[in-house]
Design a protein around this ligand. Structure first.
Ligand code: FAD
Length: 505
């Protein structure tokens, strides 16, 4: 291909956290053509956030796109399989439900399974079992079992869907090796100044503390919460969503494992937030996400330490954040990814996914030097919609609570929520229907899991479910339930599975 004077030939990635190395590994794999240089600048003195250990299933396609061998990745990052998230104390204190990655049951004659379950429950009460009894991921997770999905639909194991838990620092190191092998040049140093073109205002170079310059045509800002280029330099602006999601602090602490790692994340709600538990091969990550408007740090620390299993391996580390998204994630010749582009609390493990989403959008809209406003605006609209998608789903967990034991829970229960979510909840309340665009991240089972899990019961099931013979459906469901249980019981524990697969470090 002849060189085009308008082509971007130098890409500078600012930051070497998970976002920076994901971007470097992906861009240098697919956009290196011998003329284009990739440079990543990171500062050992500043360091990275270092948490971010739970993911959602699309990460598998990101790793596959990079040609990563799954067993090698799991060994290198001390990773485990994650089949979903267990929520405790969210609807009411004492409640438990599971948000599985896979589907519920099998649809019959095009009728969604949860509608059949709602009808059967209305007909026979507790005898219908919990909706989770009809989910391969839920049943396997609650037994501590894991496996790769079977390749044939004849086996119920084919219904397992999974993501990973992994050590975020080790993942960044793993990706760094690949990115450097693909030609990315790493520069260690703290950026002290940013140079801009006097006319266009575009960023032309970053200057390190030793005075050296790293120049580029396109800058990917992965500098974390501060947004060194996108915000501190260009002032892109921020949409603050903390009135809907008032969490603004987290305390993170690792503990030793107490047995085979559970194949799921646990989220336990407390008085003004919630606590995560993420089991890896070599340790368990824990953290308490809370709102400083409703709880003091000392109390949050006490609650965290009182609710840990296993030996505590370090002192709690505090992280601060403001929920929201950058008004423009692409501004001038700077594209922000990761924490520099925004942050929504990790309740559904979506931040790393939003990095992946941004990288995919960047591939689809990779610019020339003369950046087209049409491409840039399209990118910004898409990223904004992706953030809003996640936002609404997270808010649902708070809004759909019956808790009134603390001022925090009363606030989130009574707060007005975005119209998009209000409408979705109203549609659900009538006949248990979920309407969503194909581009949305969370599929039907995810909405069903959280709505039902938090006791948001529809007034009635979809009348179309009444077209099927109830006795036949009940018999079919009873068989299905027994089959899920028997299939899950025959699976290995997570540790056995990872060892047998050659994925245990
Ligand atoms: P950072 O890790 O902050 O990296 C920033 C980089 O920029 C660093 O390399 C730093 O050295 C560099 N830098 C900054 N300033 C300069 C400078 N002046 N000069 C040179 N370099 C500079 N995500 C999930 O998907 N799942 C989770 O379970 C999850 N849990 C989380 C829990 C908490 C409490 C928090 C806060 C986040 C969580 N996340 C989670 C988000 C996840 O951690 C981040 O999305 C991910 O780590 C990406 O971070 P980052 O690379 O954008 O930023």
């Amino acid at each position: 291909m002849p060189a085009n004077g308008n082509d971007i030939t130098s890409v500078v990635i600012v930051g070497g956290g998970t976002a920076g190395w994901m971007a470097a590994a992906a861009l240098s794999k697919y956009l290196a053509d011998g003329r284009r240089r990739f440079t990543l600048v990171e500062s050992d003195a500043i360091g990275t956030v270092g948490v971010g250990e739970a993911t959602i299933p699309p990460i598998k396609s990101f790793n596959q796109m990079l040609g990563i061998d799954e067993n090698a990745f799991l060994r290198a990052t001390r990773g485990t399989f994650k089949l979903g998230i267990e929520f405790r104390n969210w609807g009411q204190v004492g409640d438990r439900y599971f948000h599985p990655f896979g589907a519920y049951g099998q649809d019959l004659h095009g009728i969604a399974f949860h509608q059949l379950w709602l009808r059967e429950r209305a007909r026979s009460g507790a005898a219908a079992g919990a909706i989770g009894d009809y989910s391969m991921c839920t049943v396997a997770a609650m037994l501590g079992r894991a496996a790769r999905p079977a390749p044939t639909a004849r086996s119920l194991v084919s219904q397992l869907a999974y993501a990973y838990h992994f050590d975020a620092g080790l993942y960044a190191t793993f990706l760094r090796t690949r990115a450097e092998e693909q030609g990315t040049v790493r520069r260690e140093g703290t950026i002290a100044r940013v140079h801009r073109d006097g006319e266009s205002g575009d960023v032309t170079a970053v200057e390190l503390a030793d005075g050296s310059l790293v120049a580029g045509d396109l800058f990917i800002d992965c500098s974390g919460f501060r947004g060194l280029l996108i915000e501190e330099t260009l002032g892109a602006g921020y949409h603050d969503w903390s009135h809907w999601l008032p969490m603004d602090r987290a305390l993170a602490v690792p503990t030793a494992n107490t047995g085979s790692p559970d194949p799921y994340t646990r989220s336990t709600a407390h008085g003004a937030g919630w606590q995560w538990r993420i089991p890896l091969q070599h340790r368990t990550g824990n953290g308490h996400v809370f709102s400083s408007s409703f709880m003091e740090r000392d109390e949050a620390t006490r609650i965290l330490l009182a609710n840990l299993e296993g030996e505590v391996l370090a002192d709690p580390r505090e992280l601060r954040f403001l929920t929201g998204t950058r008004a423009k994630t692409w501004h001038h010749n700077v594209i922000a990814l990761g924490l520099a582009s925004g942050f929504i609390e990790p309740l559904e493990s979506t931040s790393i996914h939003l990095v992946q989403n941004g990288i995919q959008r960047l591939f689809a809209l990779f610019p020339d030097k003369a950046i087209s406003p049409v491409e840039r605006d399209h990118f910004n609209e898409g990223m904004h919609a992706a953030y809003e998608d996640v936002r609404d789903f997270i808010i649902l967990h708070y809004k759909a609570t019956q808790r009134d034991d603390t001022p925090f829970w009363r606030y989130v229960r009574d707060m007005p929520v975005p119209d998009t979510l209000t409408r979705r909840m109203e549609l659900w309340r009538l006949h248990g229907r979920v309407f969503r665009d194909d581009a949305e991240l969370f599929a039907l089972p995810s909405w069903v899991a959280v709505m039902l899990g938090q006791n948001l019961w529809p007034q009635r099931h979809d009348p179309i479910a009444d077209t099927l013979d109830p006795e036949r459906v009940a018999a079919h469901m009873a068989q299905m339930r027994a089959d899920y249980r028997a299939t899950a019981e025959a699976l290995p524990t997570q540790e056995q599975f990872l060892r047998q697969a050659g994925a245990w470090a």
